[in-house]
Ligand binder design. Sequence first.
Ligand SMILES: [Zn+2]
Ligand SMILES: [Zn+2]
Length: 350
Amino acid sequence: MQALVFDGPGCIRYDAGRPDPELRTPTDAIVDVEVAGLCGSDLHPYLGREPAGSGVVPGHEVVGRISAVGAEVAERRVGDRVLVPFSTSCGRCARCEEGLTARCERGALFGYGPPGDPAGALDGGQAQRLRVPWADATLRLVPTWMDEPTALLCSDNLPTAWEAVARADPRPGHPLVVVGLGTVGLCAVAVARAQAAGPVVAIDPIADRRDRAAALGADLALAPEDALEEPLLAGGVSSVVEASGSSAGQRLAFTVTAPGGTCSVIAVQTAERFALSPAEAYDRNLTLRFGRANVLATLPLVLTALADGRLPSPAQVCVTHPDVALRDGPKAYARFAAREPGLVKIAFRP
Ligand SMILES: [Zn+2]
Ligand SMILES: [Zn+2]
């Protein structure tokens, strides 16, 4: 099959002859990929910010159709059109049962290999097919009414944004700030509206992304250097979402969080230290929340909000390149890493 392969920092290789995945356990399924997203977190290993094993197929945002199931797969069937979240969940451990599905005791991330151990990696979806362990608990049906770009966002970015905003404790009538306007940050702007926050302030250095945030309902879209001059942010705000993943973004997010406020850090973190001191956190009574979103647990809330119209889909604004061929993958990674204007979300169509 065709696939992209991560061969170390700066090196994404197109492979037209990657062996097809096979069922390995009775709870596996094989999914034929319809579309696979390129995520900001794919850039961490690509840019060498996060150690990762070579030889792995990246990609953890997938919409596809099941083409084979193991003998113990009971709920999902061949032919089902499904969302593949970024990590697998067994559905039966204590963490899965309490809704911490992203930290399943038996779970694995798609598309990231432990350094030095290619055998331990779970290949991702930037390929024509992928193997999905724990298929019954991991895969979700795509609602029949949903368009493809929205379905792609539902595999990761939109539930991630939903959880990020909820963790920021939005208060009706009070401003909410989103720092970093990649796809998760842009989705968070739309979600903040759906979760009834007050004025939404979006911050990013790229003008094109600020324009997109405004299109999704941000009341103010600011460059970072202008944020501290903004009267609405003087004295800080009670709810902040950090979606940039950079130390500078983290620092700004902490700076604009008011005493007693909550800063929800959703971006994957690769820095060695927080961009604030324990004393600063103490002196402002900050609540900090971190961590990977629990897509499977949160998805029902997102689907309900999309279905009842509270959350207009941000897909048309975010998925800027919905139809990129896998053979153009190496170029696509380079363009995304260079933060090319007008490019937010690339979707590979194998
Ligand atoms: Zn992602
Ligand atoms: Zn589990």
